[in-house]
Design a protein around this ligand. Structure first.
Ligand code: SF4
Ligand code: SF4
Length: 434
């Protein structure tokens, strides 16, 4: 039978053809619409049946398929071999972005030696000591303002992992103003593998949205640093757009190309809308995903312009909110623990602290919101799992409902898939399927 986690689209440019896209596997095929009749009449060749099953377009047992999806997060948690943590080294920053998500609590707060010690001991004891690999994401404010503390933490965990025969690695979420070649070369031996950085459009927009505290623009320094380090580590650039300025953002890609950066050597570029500030309820349709048509248009436009210039983009892929993953924590500078860095504006959503450990957050974070018939039967479940927990929090002040993306995917998913097909080669799978 056809999987329920499947979308079927007509091929506008090829009459008589259809696209079948598995939201679970991320596989897509273009085939004759007669294939659907063959599936329904149980008249597939064995080769086609095997190919379609491998792509999870067909399922032998729809009831078991739904059960497997319902238990997927639990199973992933039970088998987690890697511990992930986002470590907020400091809430201080050398930029003063007017839209900063952390505006309500940013300041000169840096992780103390005592908190760092508590965290290192806990990770050594509970993760490395149990044979798990560890991947940290140093976060801020600007984490490179706390470089000595970062080096001390990474160095100690790297050594502990080496001795225990496990792996330690880390990435940075950085504004990239301090991400020089010298800094990167010093951090690679400690486990640095990549960095997520931000460029908000062409210089005239970026410098307004992401100025230094002094008011000076930061675009030039960031592009210089990207050129200097992108051959050493995996760099993932991102950018924050608004309804008014997203159409100018391809100008930033052109600036990168003009400096001689090879787009195929950068990580995928991901643009996202500016969200309201953390810690304050905004009410109404303050976030762009549910409430507005322009958001889908912006995503498709920016993705097309990015692909057209030879840069990489993220594909739609199976994934859910990080609050569901037990092996994923946020360690704040003061030792408090959260499930998502965007929750730091709501102290009542702390799930514990380094000294006492993690408490029960099942109810406060509504972990099973998506375990409803509506979601388990929804073709978009593998891409959504109930969406982002932050968005209901911003709108309603509590996590009380799913962030339903049905309308968004109805509007854009087919076009995203067609973009990927246009820019990536297809592979012949068997006689009738390509
Ligand atoms: S660089 Fe990041 S942390 Fe710093 S002000 Fe800008 S958005 Fe906030
Ligand atoms: S929240 Fe909406 S889009 Fe997501 S799985 Fe549930 S019904 Fe589908």
């Amino acid at each position: 039978m056809l999987s329920r986690y499947l979308k079927i689209y007509p091929c506008g440019d090829r009459p008589g053809s259809i696209l079948l896209y598995s939201t679970k596997k991320g596989s897509v095929i273009r085939a004759s619409s007669l294939l659907l009749d063959a599936i329904r009449d149980d008249a597939l060749t064995e080769a086609d049946r095997n190919a379609l099953s491998r792509m999870e377009i067909l399922t032998d047992d729809p009831v078991a398929e739904r059960e497997t999806m319902a238990r997927l997060v639990d199973r992933t948690n039970a088998n987690a071999g890697v511990f992930y943590a986002t470590v907020v080294l400091t809430l201080d920053c050398n930029l003063a972005c007017p839209y900063c998500f952390e505006d309500n609590f940013r300041g000169r707060h840096t992780m103390s030696e005592a908190v760092a010690e508590l965290m290192v001991q806990k990770i050594k004891r509970e993760e490395i000591g149990e044979g798990r690999d560890v991947n940290l994401r140093f976060y801020g404010g600007e984490p490179l303002l706390a470089l000595p503390r970062l080096k001390e933490i990474a160095g100690r965990l790297n050594t502990a992992a080496l001795l225990a025969g496990t792996k330690f690695s880390f990435t940075l979420v950085t504004n990239a103003t301090l991400l020089t070649r010298r800094v990167v070369q010093a951090l690679i031996p400690l486990g640095l593998t990549g960095a997520q950085i931000t460029l908000d459009g062409p210089p005239e927009i970026h410098d307004r949205q992401r100025p230094y505290v002094s008011g000076a623009g930061s675009f030039g320094t960031i592009v210089e640093n990207i050129s200097a380090v992108y051959d050493l580590i995996s760099l993932k650039p991102g950018g924050n757009f608004t309804k008014e300025n997203y159409r100018t953002f391809p100008g930033m890609l052109d600036e990168l190309l003009a400096t001689g950066i090879d787009p195929s050597k950068l990580g995928p570029i991901q643009f996202a809308p500016i969200l309201p500030k953390s810690g304050v309820r905004c009410g109404g349709d303050c976030h762009p995903i549910c409430g507005s048509e322009w958001y889908g248009e912006a995503i498709l436009f920016l993705r097309e312009e990015t692909l057209r210039r030879g840069f990489g983009v993220e594909k739609p892929t199976m994934g859910g909110c990080m609050v569901e993953m037990t092996n994923n924590l946020v360690v704040n500078y003061d030792g408090s623990l959260y499930k998502c860095p965007t929750f730091m504006g709501w102290p009542e959503l702390a799930v514990g602290n380094l000294a006492d450990g993690v408490g029960d957050y099942h109810l406060s974070h509504k972990l099973d919101l998506w375990q409803s018939d509506e979601c388990l039967e929804c073709a978009y479940l593998p891409l959504c799992f109930g969406g982002c927990r932050l968005l209901p929090l911003l709108e309603h002040g509590v996590i009380d409902r799913v962030d339903c993306r049905r309308e968004f995917y109805d509007n854009v998913l087919e076009k995203l898939i067609l973009q990927d097909i246009r820019y990536r080669p297809t592979v012949a799978v068997s006689g009738g399927i390509s």
